[in-house]
Design a protein around this ligand. Sequence first.
Ligand SMILES: Nc1ncnc2c1ncn2[C@@H]1O[C@H](COP(=O)(O)OP(=O)(O)O)[C@@H](O)[C@H]1O
Ligand SMILES: [Mg+2]
Length: 286
Amino acid sequence: MRKLNGSIKTSKISKSFSGKTVLKSIDLDIKNGEIFGLLGPSGAGKTTLIRILTGQLSPDSGNAFIGGTDIRKITGRERRCFGITMDDFGVYERLNCYDNLKIFAGIYGLSKANIKNALKKVGLSNAEKTAAGKLSKGMTGRLKLARAFMTDPDILFLDEPTSGLDPAAAAEIHKMILEEKRHGKTVFLTTHIMTEAEKLCDNIALLNDGKIVEYGKPKEICRKFNDKKTLKIHLTDGRDIEIPLDKNSAETVAELISTGKAETMHTTEPDLETVFMEITGKELFA
Ligand SMILES: Nc1ncnc2c1ncn2[C@@H]1O[C@H](COP(=O)(O)OP(=O)(O)O)[C@@H](O)[C@H]1O
Ligand SMILES: [Mg+2]
């Protein structure tokens, strides 16, 4: 089977449903081996874009290339190089973990070893015989991930992989995603959790009402929105002060440091959550 290079490029992808435009001229350039995060509130168009890129849905217009190949020309067999979890890919609650994966292993022509490896990779070997309905939310999230891992894919499309999980369970999934990156995989993930994006993603696009409103490295986007440009200093006497981050403050800062009066210093660039709210006027929620 031909291996796919994991780069993803889209040019002016648009999609409407019954006259309502859901994606408007989406341009993306994702490099092989990158973790890319598509962020946006519920209804922004994130899942629709994953469906288009993975061949589940056709765009109305525009082009997309994965590993340089037009997505229209990627065969079903080559799509095995994609590992996909969608927010609506459920699990069969009455089947155990092994049998849940066996259904899809059958479709992909995979062996028992593939199933076992995937369960091992997500730390579910011991839960092989446990009914999916009895798993914790975190374990269910990992079972969905195991399904995506089964074909040893070159590209992972993870639609809200940590939605509804507590921080510890989400952190487990984050570790697995970063491990995939270490193995050279490209990861396209969607999330509405900004801290997750800040932690994992090399690049992000903020999607709002079907349009990309910001695109780049998380830290760079935050710096761009740093209108205040101040320095917050916590003093050893317990006071908090905020001074402009400019050359006129240099002496004050030097003095606070040399006299040991400064305990912590922070610049005031906003976090992604604040940036997003500023741009869209919306809070992010599932
Ligand atoms: N098959 C469909 N038919 C009609 N409308 C759809 C369909 N799929 C998605 N939509 C609409 O497109 C918009 C974007 O949906 P979606 O891509 O699921 O957003 P997100 O994943 O960002 O929450 C929503 O308004 C949704 O109702
Ligand atoms: Mg969605």
